[in-house]
Design a protein around this ligand. Sequence first.
Ligand SMILES: Cc1ncc(COP(=O)(O)O)c(C=O)c1O
Length: 407
Amino acid sequence: MTEPVFDGSFTEQEALPDAAIEAALAVMKTGRLHRYTVGGGGPSQTALLEREFAASIGQDYCLAVASGGYALQLAMRAWGVCQGEPVLTNAFTLSPVPGAIVAVGGTPILVETTIDLTIDFDDLEAKIAASGARLLLLSHMRGHIADMDTLRALLDRAGVALIEDCAHTMGASWNGRPSGTFGIAGCFSTQTYKHINSGEGGLIATPDADLMARATVLSGSYMLHDRHPAAPAPEAFGDAPLKCPNMSGRMDNLRAAILRPQLAALADNTARWNARYQTVSDRLRDVAGLRLTKRDRRETFVGSSIQFFLDDLTADECEAFVTLCGARGVELKWFGAPMAAGYTSTHHHWTYLPPQDLPRTDAILATLFDMRLPLTFSLDDCTLIASIMAECAARMAEPVLPRAGVA
Ligand SMILES: Cc1ncc(COP(=O)(O)O)c(C=O)c1O
């Protein structure tokens, strides 16, 4: 009997909703794509998106920019990272995060990871003391949110500021409070594989009027900061328009127009992602040798991807597992891979950083697998995918490694 194979695509996103397509056409028919070319004096699509996004997470101010990575850079620059300054961040994250720190002249200090894929508080405390860092850029990598109450207390005691990288937590919350509202700024991405899709794009949300004034000018507002209804009033900008350099990285009206209907649908789509996550995790939970991460009851997450461990496998066996699943159409990423591949890399591959000793993170990444759950998958697709993974995991547990068929 032939084994079932999944023939869908792990990288295919849903088409944009009709409302987004109509909004894009409307913008294109006017030709007013730049955020500051508005007709009838009215707020631009970009300004409306900023207002709606700020309201959606209960934050005071919001700025839309060119990408999530740019949002991280801009938030750090507006906060005041100095040349050569140490900036703490999770060792378990993706390359745009250390990249953003390096882009603003900082030196990333990588913090160890817990088995539930959140930042390790003991190591964080030790590294705050050792480095004298003033800022933590916390990456909620793959949507795993640390205990934010404990983290806030720790950072307050140490006098360390917090910027959140919410590329994977738009729509998520901790203890009822939206991700991205725990620190001086929250940064979001609207790149195609995130929770709302404009190809490229980013958002910064903050309660800090001065930071938002500087970020707005830095993003390239010229002298047009009065056209930012989600920024502080023009008088609050002080001398920022003259003091801050223009580091152009604005969002345009076309992208904002297609994001607004998606933002309105985020809660519904979160429920759809979580139904897919639940289907896969229910099937994988009882697979011998396979461990899912534990999720805290206080965390409300968006299940747009799933992570799991096969703790007993060697590196060769992990590779064989990825190949076995791949041969049956199930595309997995493995964080223990020696080579960076696709979007996946680890601190071992970021050779522009000073090398850092992270034994606990290395042990965790060695058997950590990661899989996307796009909304183009039906629940039946998810059942099939999880069954294939369960069967492949069972084969790995057979006494002899099933080399035949592992091309
Ligand atoms: C964890 C994380 N942070 C930040 C970013 C940066 O987002 P963007 O691709 O919009 O620059 C990404 C992008 O993949 C990411 O995965």
